[in-house]
Design a protein around this ligand. Structure first.
Ligand code: ZN
Length: 203
């Protein structure tokens, strides 16, 4: 499966000069919502991810996604794995599990995002699951930005990856686009454009 082509075909891979939530700049921005607006595509991607997870032999009771980014991917993955789905959301910036979701002691939970960059939000959701007694058995995302090491990939983990190394991380592809600190950004140096934050101007 060519995940990059699916993103391109869905106009989910934007080219320009972007300010990422990390504060870095990039010439590429991934808008997973555009891929997932077609439920058939969401199902296709989630089914492929589920097959990879099933092939590993990992046992999962529940998928938990950090909102908003992971909601659709996580829900589609839970459906493909035929397991329960819950989500964590930010309340006053703190990731929280609410809405009456319960996690039983020792429940095997996989945390799913749309894209894993350093894994910060996924880890925060995992911490909340563990605080309720659940056990984090894996992480998953449609795509990996290349900072964390996923199963079946040669790309090794970078120091800024926040995911624990002893828990498997599954993704369909590595999307390793360059990112720059604002001081080192070649597009800023060129001076023809300013980095825009996707979403802030109606995109
Ligand atoms: Zn820049």
């Amino acid at each position: 499966m060519n995940v990059e082509q699916i993103y391109k075909d869905s106009q989910a891979m934007l080219n320009g000069h972007f300010l990422l939530s990390s504060g870095n700049h990039s010439s590429v921005y991934l808008q997973s919502a555009k891929v997932l607006e077609d439920p058939k595509t969401a199902t296709k991607l989630a089914t492929a991810l589920a097959e990879q997870i099933k092939a590993s032999g990992l046992q999962i009771d529940t998928v938990c996604a950090p909102a908003l980014g992971g909601l659709i991917a996580g829900y589609a993955l839970a459906q493909a794995l035929d397991v329960r789905f819950i989500f964590a959301e930010r309340v006053d910036k703190k990731m929280t599990i609410r809405r009456g979701f319960e996690v039983s002691s020792g429940e095997k939970v996989l945390v799913c995002e749309d894209i894993i960059t350093t894994g910060g939000s996924a880890l925060e959701a995992a911490d909340q699951v563990e605080a309720l007694g659940g056990k984090i058995v894996g992480y998953a995302a449609l795509a990996n930005r290349g900072f964390c090491q996923r199963e079946n990939s040669d790309i090794s983990s970078k120091p800024n990856c926040k995911l624990p190394k002893d828990v498997p991380f599954f993704a369909l592809a590595d999307f390793t686009f360059e990112m720059y600190s604002p001081e080192d950004c070649p597009m800023c140096k060129e001076g023809k454009s300013e980095a825009i934050k996707p979403g802030s101007r109606g995109n």
